[in-house]
Design a protein around this ligand. Structure first.
Ligand SMILES: *Cc1c(COP(=O)(O)O)cnc(C)c1O
Ligand code: SF4
Length: 417
């Protein structure tokens, strides 16, 4: 693969390994998936040695145990600056005594409630979420599905997968399947192949998407063998999950490049996290960096009140303020949609700054990103509605079909009249 000179990723993680406890590990081993998985950091002693944690903190971690599992790949761990207690990567994956297990919820999005078959959540009319494993190669403290970690690492059984496939076959309204987890790209290749090919076979499924954090947490996973499985079962879309510019390493860039070269469109879903990425500068750098590796920022999630992670939550207005600082200040390609996932299965609700300063029957006062205001003459309905005959001319005999659209617009236009 062509190596860029003056790579935009040098500043971040490129030299992390060199600075880290693994600096003497030969690069071939470092890049070997198996070596990474055999050397996961997952005991308080290992953590203590790597970060020089005080005795009280280690005692607290031992007491906490693996109530909410933790494990961190050496690769991802190497992005942490061990001398910085506030390091953003550390905040995301290293367990701490700050985790208040008495506050927050088990299933903040009510996913269990909408479950229609093993791992299948059918909440929206035309698409489903298909959780195929609870395993990840590193675990995020803020994960909304940490309730699943308490079960075994095992991915779903063949029988469970088949039951979910039967549901999909029977429901022709489902045209879009989002394969998620856990992390589906951690599955053994045969298992991933089985799931993707069975989903792909269903005639009415038009879109198959995978959600995976492997490009970020274990980019060596995106190897030739995995790429072959993905390529055989395409077309696919992949959404990954970068949260901080320090994750934009050469390795991550290579992983994304490999996927992009298979013709897989790449999107990114970030979570807004206190003390990690809750400022415009950090997220702008992240989103612009993602575009450089052909990853399109898709969603920015408000952090949900999941148990043990309330210290990572921000206010909703922080998210809106960040959106305000992005839109117009950089390309729209670098601006994701900020969403709150409503409790109890309400789904994603987009939130954005309000750019409408004032609205009357025929004009709007709008403000732009720089805070300047503009009067904009409204178009459409009021003029056309007074001349229904004109509609008939325009739409011919099917004119009535145009009417529901007009009446749908009416409440907005009549506002305040
Ligand atoms: C997010 C989500 C989807 C996919 O939503 P898109 O907006 O299409 O990306 C589908 N089902 C569930 C339950 C989800 O949470
Ligand atoms: S990678 Fe995703 S599924 Fe896995 S722990 Fe992190 S947020 Fe949860």
């Amino acid at each position: 693969m062509a190596r860029r000179t003056g790579s935009p990723f040098e500043a971040a993680g490129r030299h992390a390994k060199a600075r880290s406890a693994w600096r003497d590990i030969p690069i071939e081993q470092w890049n070997d998936l198996r070596w990474q998985l055999e050397h996961l950091v997952r005991t308080p002693d290992a953590l203590g040695a790597l970060l020089g944690l005080p005795a009280e903190e280690l005692a607290a971690l031992r007491a906490q145990g693996q109530r909410f599992r933790w494990a961190i790949s050496p690769y991802y761990f190497s992005l942490i600056d061990p001398n910085d207690p506030a390091d953003p990567i550390r905040r995301m994956v290293v367990p701490s005594s700050q985790e208040d297990l008495s506050s927050g919820e088990d299933d903040p999005l009510g996913e269990k409630h909408d479950q229609v078959a093993p791992g299948l959540t059918h909440r929206y009319p035309d698409r489903v979420l298909f959780v195929v494993t609870s395993f990840c190669s590193s675990y995020c403290r803020f994960c909304i599905r940490k309730r699943n970690w308490r079960k075994s690492d095992a991915a779903r059984s063949r029988d469970e997968i088949d039951e979910a496939i039967r549901y999909l076959r029977a429901h022709e309204e489902v045209r879009d399947v989002l394969v998620s987890g856990g992390d589906p790209l951690t599955l053994p290749h045969e298992q991933l192949e089985y799931i993707l090919s069975r989903v792909r076979e269903i005639p009415h499924i038009e879109l198959v998407r995978i959600g995976s954090r492997e490009p970020v947490m274990l980019p060596m996973r995106i190897d030739d063998a995995l790429c072959r499985v993905l390529d055989r079962n395409g077309p696919l879309w992949i959404n990954t999950h970068f949260n901080h510019p320090n994750e934009l390493t050469e390795e991550a860039a290579t992983a994304c490049e490999r996927l992009a070269r298979l013709g897989i469109p790449l999107g990114n879903q970030s979570v807004l996290l206190a003390g990690v990425n809750d400022d415009v500068g950090t997220l702008k750098k992240l989103f612009q960096g993602l575009l450089r590796i052909r990853v399109r920022p898709y969603y920015l999630y408000q952090a949900d009140p999941v148990v043990g992670a309330t210290h990572l939550r921000t206010s909703v207005s922080k998210g809106i303020e960040i959106m305000e600082g992005l839109r117009g200040h950089t390309t729209g390609l670098a601006v994701p949609t900020f969403v709150v996932d409503a409790p109890g299965g309400g789904g994603k609700i987009p939130l954005a700054p309000d750019y409408v300063v004032e609205r009357t029957a025929d004009r709007l006062v709008l403000r732009n990103y720089a805070g300047e205001t503009f009067v904009y003459p409204d178009g459409g309905r009021p003029a056309e509605a007074s001349k229904p005959a004109a509609l008939d001319v325009r739409y011919g005999r099917g004119a009535t079909r145009a009417l529901p659209v007009l009446s749908a617009a009416a409440p907005v236009d009549n506002d305040g009249e």
